[in-house]
Design a protein. Structure first.
Ligand SMILES: [Zn+2]
Length: 246
């Protein structure tokens, strides 16, 4: 079989082999054994390397069993640049999160597209915190864990000038309208208006067009924390790699 893949992780295996975990476009996540990868003269050296986007030829009869990786060619290489360590930490974090979530093959192609768009985007212009929010937002949406965008999470009416967003409900990431906000819930109306605009932008545009989030950018880390907490709650994992990008 042939497919496009994002290299998530490589484990040493036996004397000179490796187990490669990839996110593919068509088959979700796969664990493939790559014979001789640890030998310096191996043809796949530098191609099968973390965070590269590659095309692979492989066999995997059962996605839960080890398959075999035969050939690979490079589509987009990840090159570690000392002045851009945050690119590396971001890719490490994406990989760590993707390793921890189940990927429904039905949405696998869209998750692959999300990851490859983000990798290409940071290769082009470097990581920005909006990339992390974009990754969380779309991963949660594709996994079915994100509420509808642009409507109140309680009354489900669309937001508008008369029905402004005012409160963020951490438990399910829903934005709540001013009318539904309870007395104990403090209004964050201007912040939430900007955030809903940013969500709408993420919904419609590729990641490289979402960087200029004037207004929200000052507070983007609070939304990143809320999204990452949600993902940790769902998977039961604490992500070590997140420490470096916050
Ligand atoms: Zn409402």
């Amino acid at each position: 079989m042939e497919d496009d893949a994002f290299v998530l992780r490589i484990y040493p295996y036996a004397e000179s082999d490796a187990i490669v975990v990839v996110l593919t476009r068509q088959s979700g996540k796969l664990r493939l054994i790559c014979r001789g990868l640890k030998r310096p003269q191996n043809a796949l050296h530098g191609i099968i390397s973390p965070f590269n986007l590659v095309s692979i030829r492989f066999s995997a009869d059962d996605p839960h069993q080890l398959g075999r990786l035969f050939e690979a060619s490079l589509n987009q290489g990840f090159y570690l640049q000392p002045e851009r360590l945050s690119d590396f930490y971001f890719c490490s974090h994406m990989a760590e999160v993707l390793l921890s979530v189940e990927i429904d093959p039905q949405y696998g192609a869209r998750i692959y597209r999300l990851v490859s768009a983000l990798v290409s985007c940071i290769a082009h212009r470097g990581y920005t915190p909006a990339d992390l929010l974009y990754f969380y937002f779309w991963l949660l949406r594709l996994e079915g864990w994100h509420p509808d965008v642009g409507v109140c999470g309680r009354c489900h009416r669309p937001f508008s000038g008369e029905n402004p967003p005012a409160f963020f409900q951490d438990a399910d990431l829903a934005v709540v309208c001013e009318a539904c906000r309870l007395p104990g819930e403090s209004s964050e109306r201007p912040e939430m208006e900007k955030f809903v605009a940013l969500q709408t932008c993420m919904l419609r545009r590729p990641p490289d067009e979402v960087t200029d989030t004037a207004g929200v950018s000052s507070n983007i880390s609070s939304f990143i924390s809320r999204y990452s907490r949600k993902i940790s709650d769902i998977t039961g994992k604490k992500y070590k790699s997140l420490v470096f990008i916050q």
